[in-house]
Design a protein around this ligand. Structure first.
Ligand code: CTP
Ligand code: CA
Length: 227
């Protein structure tokens, strides 16, 4: 395993990482979710800790161990994730890799929904808060560097550029998550680093290598920002 970020690069920095999917309840026994494994977000938390940062990892439900040397906060829903991120502030760097569910059920039942002679349940959806946009737009307590992901299945770069502008973050790691790529749940990732000044396409790397390269990049940017 290559360690790409020099140790001590992020010494004295606090990094908040979000990772994994969120689960949005339908009733006490059912939920809406997505295929995120949390591997990329967890690898980033680990790489940041290895680079000497104090790391708070806010994780949705995943089948991964808590990374060593990282404070991990476990949440279920998007709204819980936002609250946990707000509680973890202030931070120098935010890397929001979670695949946050875009919608939740507005009328989630307090009891298990029962079948009723073929009548279908009437679930109405409402949009979840956008955690990356909310934190990137803070006027007080905004981390100096905000990194988002753009999970796309088509027009990857174009969509990522739109997201960068819309959400107000500094960097976007854009990736193609079409089923054929095997990114969702897989071990490797092909990402494009999108900033206001352009696009840099990285070769296909393991998720650990993507994490190391991102932390090296972020460390260089934060270093340059020093007075
Ligand atoms: N994100 C977030 N909160 C949300 C939705 C997304 O923090 N409610 C973050 C993700 O963690 C990621 C970035 O925003 O860093 C982009 O997520 P993505 O799902 O690609 O973008 P959306 O804005 O949700 O747009 P869409 O799913 O329609 O492409
Ligand atoms: Ca989304």
């Amino acid at each position: 395993e290559r360690l790409l970020a020099p140790s001590g690069l992020l010494a004295g920095k606090h990094v908040i990482v979000t990772s994994g999917p969120t689960h949005e309840p339908i009733d006490p026994v059912r939920y809406i979710a997505n295929r995120s494994s949390g591997k990329q977000g967890h690898a980033i938390a680990k790489a940041a800790a290895e680079a000497g940062a104090r790391v708070t990892l806010i994780s949705g439900p995943v089948d991964l161990p808590d990374p060593k040397g990282v404070t991990t906060v476990h949440v279920e829903s998007a709204r819980e994730m936002l609250t946990a991120v707000e509680k973890a502030l202030p931070a120098d760097i935010g890397v929001f890799a979670a695949a946050v569910a875009d919608w939740r059920v507005a009328n989630a039942g307090e009891q298990k929904i029962k079948k009723k002679d073929g009548a279908l349940p009437n679930l109405s959806l409402t949009e979840n808060p956008d955690i990356l946009a909310t934190i990137s737009r803070l006027t007080q307590n905004r981390p100096a560097l905000m990194v988002g992901f753009a999970a796309e299945t088509e027009n990857v770069i174009e969509h990522a550029k739109q997201k960068l502008a819309k959400k107000g973050c500094d960097l976007i790691l854009a990736n193609d998550v079409s089923p054929a790529t095997g990114v969702m749940g897989g071990e490797s990732n092909t990402v494009h680093l999108v900033t206001k000044s352009g696009v840099e396409t990285w070769p296909t790397l393991s998720k650990t290598e993507v994490a190391g390269r991102l932390i090296a990049h972020v460390g260089a940017l934060i270093g340059d920002a020093k007075p």
